[in-house]
Design a protein. Structure first.
Length: 193
């Protein structure tokens, strides 16, 4: 009995530590894509904690057409390592193809979670402290505005109410259901089938 508690604790620890670092690498990648303020203290923190693996990778793997391939490969490698570590703790073994597909599904799910929660936080902050400056709010705006701006073209503000966050959040949930879930199921079938 005690072994299952230790296993659960190990899985929790692995998923938490890998999840935090994968989230940091993904945020750094996304902030680079939207060209957010590099000198923002949060951006600088993300750069500092993600530079150790990224700098050597960038020497080997160059960017391609403005896409930071080193960051994407690091994200995939970290996700594969997380799944392998969880598999070792739980006694599961993965087929390599399934492991890759599951990793892609997990990363897509994380991407959609990041956007969902950053938009939710931005909306709440707009109610609590409208017009106030904060480095985090600046990054949230930089990250979310490309999506929210497109949504505003589809659904313009109505009597001063900006409904674009609702439209984007519904779209994110639909993508989770229609894209991430099938990829995840395919990965599980390949990994364990």
């Amino acid at each position: 009995m005690g072994g299952s508690y230790a296993g659960n604790a190990g899985v929790f620890l692995v998923q938490t530590l890998f999840g935090l670092y994968i989230g940091a690498v993904m945020l750094r990648y996304l902030l680079g894509v939207v060209r957010a303020d590099f000198y923002n203290p949060i951006s600088q923190f993300l750069v500092k904690i993600t530079n150790p693996p990224l700098v050597p990778l960038r020497r080997i793997i160059p960017s391609l057409g403005g896409i930071d391939l080193a960051s994407l490969i690091l994200l995939l490698a970290l996700q594969v390592l997380e799944l392998l570590a969880v598999g070792l703790i739980t006694g599961l073994s993965f087929h390599p193809a399934g492991l890759m597909v599951l990793s892609v599904a997990e990363l897509l799910g994380l991407l959609f979670q990041i956007y969902f929660f950053t938009i939710l936080i931005q909306v709440v902050l707009s109610w609590v402290s409208p017009g106030g400056y904060n480095p985090a709010v600046s990054l949230l705006y930089s990250l979310n505005e490309p999506l929210l701006g497109r949504a505003r073209r589809i659904l313009p503000p109505i009597h001063g109410f900006d409904l674009s966050p609702i439209l984007v959040m519904i779209g994110i949930q639909l993508l989770n259901i229609l894209v991430v879930a099938p990829i995840h199921d395919l990965g599980r079938g390949l990994a364990f089938g």
